[in-house]
Design a protein around this ligand. Structure first.
Ligand code: ADP
Ligand code: MG
Ligand code: ZN
Length: 730
């Protein structure tokens, strides 16, 4: 017998929610539940899962129990529900540990008097004996288990209390169960059905395609500036920006604020009052943008989020899909932009070192899928849906960057063979960088120390540079021709598939023009320009630099470096304050040399009647980086560089990068205590004189060529260059 077929559900939909039609397969799901069947709903975020239990709860006699994981969000859900169904305030309630005794009494009264149609309960409240006793006495229409993937350890948000739901339902008294989730991997599905003891439930799986979302991956070059530009070009629109670390969340939120954007931060390290206040402000549209860690967003129903930006590439595609899913829930515009640099992947790999092997293996696999997604030339939608076990067959989805701006590809078969040969020739005991150096024939000190410059394969791919080879190696990883041992610091090994490839090579298309290598905020200005440089101004500034250099008897590059001048020729800073925001210019530099530069720029702007691109003048929060402060303090205390690097868990090269950036922005550091330990005085003098008198520019490579790689390491030269800049320039 079917109760549901006689009812016109559309009338109820219209009456209670004001919608004219059901979304996706909402209607069949609701009918199934009305018929008293156990129901399992797999629907992407924004698909309209809530309505699948809200509507039947209003139709059926009794109260529906909704189990939902986040206390903070329950209130929002209940408010939203009351908003829709304005006929009666008593219609939805929640029961959780945030309520006072009196409030609990009131809720119980409403439920007992049968006014409450929907009762939201947190899983930890459900397990309380007094609540079980109470629920036993009332008439329950059905149980709804939202975010049901929390049951599974394989889900991205496992909650142990979720595993106790089934036995408690038995205690309270059986009623139909509807479980809902946006996680569709087969493993998680299986876990849910098993744990809830409903192997015969009707399963409704919707397509996970979100046709209104536009997917895009951009190289992480000047990401902050790109984000500010994007937000300013889309005024008044709501958006979420995800970062991986709490620190970055705070920094970025602050940078957006000083640039006049209404933005707030959200992460799990904030106190809960501030956190929910910030979330409410976003929901109420007092702020446009939330900068958050992934702690933000689950269950949030803000239908008109217009963009979701990933400042950092996420750890898994699953997570990426959930997070982007928060855009365009109402079916309107939803732009998903991810900033990607391979460096970020390497950072995530590093975090995994030392974790249990099984966990590493899973993590490695997830990262590989993310890399593949980011670097691929294939339709993004196709790749995402494939990940969820769905076949997307359209040639061109029309709403992803790879479809609207196809990337060039070329046949890479021969390159792959060369790379495989070199990996084998170095006995599969070296990292990608080393392999790329051997391939391109770059005899670095590392290569020489293993005598790899004497190998027959040395320079086997010298027609291409290291960057090219690094990209080829990444694409080989993605296609399982080689693999990387995370535990052993990323040594490359050839897989059986790779061996087969050498035996019998086949077509292997490689994506061109992808510069995802080692680009990040700090060196971005040097490698990628987002706006056109005013060449005329640039040459004026270079002349000025030369003149000042001559007067002070210093090499020009000590004053400002090229990237700084280029940045000035893009942004036309006309005050010292604005100059501070130019790449590589800190307060020290701005004060010492800035005046003359801003005066020249000001004059130029006035003469040429240039309209300065105000939205491009990105203000930064000066000297915020905790790492930099730590380094400066440690050097003041004469702590050895090795110890500093160790205590911050970074490599020496990265530490030197940081120190260089500190010195370049005008802070003076005295490294003598360290340099004196690692280099004798004569050598120091020789390098110093080289930079003082001979150097054409600041290049390390040129210095090594001139001074001899046998006598000096790259690190020596960098140390002396830092000393030189610090003493002469600052
Ligand atoms: P999910 O929980 O699946 O992520 P929600 O239940 O929060 O999605 O619903 C997403 C959005 O879709 C909400 O703004 C909701 O009001 C809207 N919605 C749900 N059903 C319909 C419908 N039949 N017609 C129009 N909008 C709907
Ligand atoms: Mg939901
Ligand atoms: Zn596409």
């Amino acid at each position: 017998m079917s109760v549901s077929t006689d009812i016109s559900l559309a009338d109820y939909l219209k009456k209670y929610f004001g919608f004219d039609t059901f979304k996706g397969n909402q209607e069949v799901i609701i009918r199934n539940l009305l018929d008293g069947e156990d129901t399992f709903v797999l629907m992407p975020t924004g698909g309209g899962k809530s309505l699948c239990y809200q509507l039947p709860s209003l139709i059926l006699p009794g109260t529906a129990i909704v189990i939902s994981p986040l206390i903070a969000l329950m209130k929002n859900q209940v408010d939203a529900m009351r908003n829709f169904v304005s006929t009666d305030d008593g219609i939805a309630h929640f029961l959780n540990s945030s309520l006072s005794k009196a409030a609990i009494q009131q809720v119980r009264k409403d439920v007992t008097e049968q006014r409450t149609k929907l009762l939201y309960v947190a899983p930890e409240s459900l397990t309380k004996e007094e609540n079980i006793e109470f629920l036993k006495q009332i008439n329950i229409s059905f149980f709804a288990i939202d975010e049901a993937h929390c049951i599974s350890e394989w889900g991205h948000d496992f909650r142990p209390e979720y595993r106790r739901i089934r036995p408690i339902v038995e205690k309270i008294g059986r009623a139909p169960i509807i479980a809902l989730t946006a996680t569709a991997t087969p493993k998680v599905q299986h876990d849910i059905l098993k744990n809830l003891g409903m192997p015969d439930a009707s399963v409704f799986k919707s397509s996970f395609n979100r046709p209104n979302l536009y997917y895009e991956v951009r190289p992480k070059v000047n990401a902050t500036r790109e984000i500010i530009k994007y937000i300013k070009a889309n005024p008044g629109k709501s958006g979420i920006i995800y970062c991986l670390s709490r620190k970055k969340v705070e920094e970025l939120a602050e940078t957006l604020q000083v640039n006049g954007i209404k933005a707030l931060a959200y992460h799990a390290g904030m106190d809960s009052a501030t956190r929910s206040e910030n979330q409410d402000k976003f929901l109420m549209e007092d702020v446009d943008v939330i900068v958050a860690t992934i702690a933000f967003g689950m269950g949030i129903d803000k239908p008109d989020v217009r963009f979701v930006i990933h400042y950092d590439i996420p750890k898994s595609l699953e997570g990426y899909y959930q997070e982007t899913g928060r855009a365009g829930r109402d079916g309107g515009e939803g732009r998903c932009i991810a900033f990607y640099s391979y460096k970020d992947i390497q950072k995530l790999e590093k975090f995994m070192q030392g974790k249990p092997v099984a966990e590493q293996e899973i993590g490695k696999q997830l990262l590989l899928e993310t890399t593949a997604y980011a670097e691929s030339a294939v339709c993004r939608r196709k790749m995402l849906l494939h990940y969820f076990g769905e076949d997307y067959t359209e040639e061109n989805c029309g709403t992803c960057d790879n479809c609207t701006h196809p990337k060039k590809q070329f046949e890479g078969k021969d390159y792959v063979v060369k790379a495989l040969k070199v990996i084998l020739a170095v006995h599969q005991k070296f990292k990608a960088e080393h392999v790329a150096q051997v391939l391109s024939g770059h005899a670095t000190s590392g290569v020489k120390s293993y005598k790899h410059h004497l190998l027959e394969v040395f320079g086997l791919g010298k027609e291409k540079d290291e960057k090219f080879w690094a990209a080829v190696l990444r694409q080989m990883l993605v296609h399982y021709l080689i693999e990387k041992e995370i535990e052993n610091y990323g040594l490359l090994k050839v897989t059986p598939k790779g061996h087969a490839f050498i035996e019998k090579p086949y077509s292997f298309m490689i994506v061109e023009n992808h510069d995802y290598e080692s680009l990040d905020e700090d060196n971005a200005a040097a490698s990628g320009r987002t706006a056109a440089v005013d060449e005329e101004l640039l040459s004026i500034l270079k002349d000025l630099r030369k003149e000042i250099a001559r007067k002070k008897n210093l090499p020009p590059f000590v004053i400002f470096q090229d990237p700084s001048l280029e940045d000035m020729a893009i942004h036309y800073p006309v005050s010292l304050e604005e100059l501070n925001n130019i790449t590589g210019v800190g307060q020290g530099k701005a004060l010492r040399y800035g005046k003359e530069f801003v005066e020249v720029i000001k004059k130029y702007v006035e003469e040429k009647e240039i309209v300065r691109p105000a939205e491009m003048v990105v203000k930064s929060v000066v000297n915020k980086s905790g790492l930099k402060v730590y380094i400066i303090q440690s050097i003041d205390r004469k702590i050895s560089l090795e110890d500093i690097a160790n205590s911050k868990n970074i490599e020496m090269g990265e530490l030197l990068d940081e120190i260089e950036s500190i010195v370049h922005s005008g802070t003076r550091l005295n490294l003598d205590y360290y340099i004196n330990q690692v280099m004798d005085e004569d050598h120091q003098q020789e390098v110093f004189d080289y930079f003082r008198e001979e150097a054409e520019d600041e290049s390390i490579k040129a210095a090594l060529d001139e001074l001899g790689e046998d006598d000096y390491s790259e690190e020596d030269i960098r140390l002396m260059r830092i000393k030189f800049f610090s003493e002469m320039g600052n």
